[in-house]
Design a protein around this ligand. Sequence first.
Ligand SMILES: [Zn+2]
Length: 117
Amino acid sequence: MHELSLIASVFDVLEENARAHGAARVTKVVLQVGRMSGVVPDLLESAFDTYKQGTLAEGARLEIVDVPVRLCCSDCGGEAAREDSDFSCAACGSRRVEIVAGRELVVERIELETDGA
Ligand SMILES: [Zn+2]
């Protein structure tokens, strides 16, 4: 499953961050998921729940931020958010567009908790 290997790399980031901050627990994880990332949010959530067992993030909540597709036009330089099926420039109608957002899967924020010792 695609989502499981993505979650594995997310956990590498979590564990690295928790260690760097001397945290005992991860309480919340916010992930940016682009609409064109090919990731199914439901599967990502269940992969997260499976993977977190026995880790620092066992009690963590996962929040998924939906990132819309943004296109940048090579002809007029315009940039705009577009629906998934329409890959043309909103300003001039050119099809020479580049996808500048919507493919990402990034850790936006991690909330950590220390034991305070
Ligand atoms: Zn254009």
